[in-house]
Design a protein around this ligand. Structure first.
Ligand SMILES: Nc1ncnc2c1ncn2[C@@H]1O[C@H](COP(=O)(O)OP(=O)(O)O)[C@@H](O)[C@H]1O
Ligand SMILES: [Mg+2]
Length: 251
């Protein structure tokens, strides 16, 4: 379970909160989609969740443990796929997976079994012997996904994970997210690809300008808005043209 409680982040001298008193509970066994336009605060929220940033105010708890108070304990529970990840380019895929497995103290047998399965699933078995700096963006993304699963995390956090993936890899990733949630893990991911959210997620939350706009099952959200597609609802709810800050949509 993930609990954001009034989680707030103000960057440096900014006069506006990038994340503004976000209160949100993500239950176990759930694929949770965190939606919002560019600049809404998705990556900021995920950085608070993974302990990469400290909240200015409020807190985030993972399975009851406060991220700020026990960052190491929380990090052990999380598998994290960052957005546009900076990787150890000079390592091969296999070396990178071993490096991550070492950090998380994963036994040789477990790491081997997991790497074998996920590399095959994402058609990366052969490429795993090559250096990461020779990979395409999609291949880097796939290695990042596999690395995040090498310690079988209870909480899987993915920031815009479909970006750069081909349809096949994207399909496999979605299946895997469903599988992990069905096995009891918490799967929390951000996206602006709404069709994905609509079909994959048990619950979604929509944020805009750092604030939670609405939360529920895709079905509940549609009903509330009179059977519109989630996309229409999203466009309506995140329409910043009235607020004067535009910038919605493009990416
Ligand atoms: N390191 C940073 N320093 C200052 N402002 C930032 C920083 N990172 C993000 N922001 C600002 O915070 C807001 C939310 O950004 P972000 O969390 O990246 O949104 P999203 O992931 O939803 O696109 C934006 O206005 C962005 O410009
Ligand atoms: Mg982002």
């Amino acid at each position: 379970m993930i609990e954001f409680a009034q989680a707030t982040k103000v960057y440096g001298k900014s006069d506006r909160a990038a994340l503004d008193h976000l209160t949100l509970t993500v239950p176990d066994g759930c694929v949770f989609g965190f939606l919002g336009p560019n600049g809404a605060g998705k990556t900021t929220a995920i950085s608070l969740l993974t302990g990469a940033l400290m909240p200015t105010e409020g807190s985030v708890r993972v399975n009851g443990v406060d991220v700020t108070q026990e960052p190491v304990e929380v990090k052990r529970q999380i598998g994290y796929v960052p957005d546009g990840m900076q990787m150890y380019d000079r390592l091969t895929g296999n070396e990178y997976l071993n490096f991550i497995a070492d950090i998380f103290d994963v036994s040789k047998a477990d790491r081997q079994a997991r790497a074998e399965r996920y590399l095959a699933l994402f058609d990366m078995t052969k490429a795993a012997g090559d250096r990461i700096n020779s990979y395409s963006r999609g291949m880097k993304q796939k290695i990042s996904v596999i690395a995040a699963l090498i310690h079988e995390p209870k909480v899987w956090v993915l920031d815009e994970p479909m970006v750069g993936l081909d349809p096949r890899a994207s399909f496999e990733l979605k299946q895997l997210m469903r599988e992990k949630a069905d096995a009891g893990a918490t799967v929390f991911f951000s996206t602006h690809v709404l069709e994905v959210a609509e079909r994959l997620c048990d619950q979604v939350a929509i944020i805009r300008r750092g604030q939670l706009i609405t939360q529920g099952t895709p079905e509940e959200l549609r009903q509330r808005s009179g059977d519109e597609s989630l996309e229409e609802l999203f466009l309506e709810l995140t329409d910043d043209s009235a607020a004067g800050e535009g910038e919605v949509g493009a990416k």
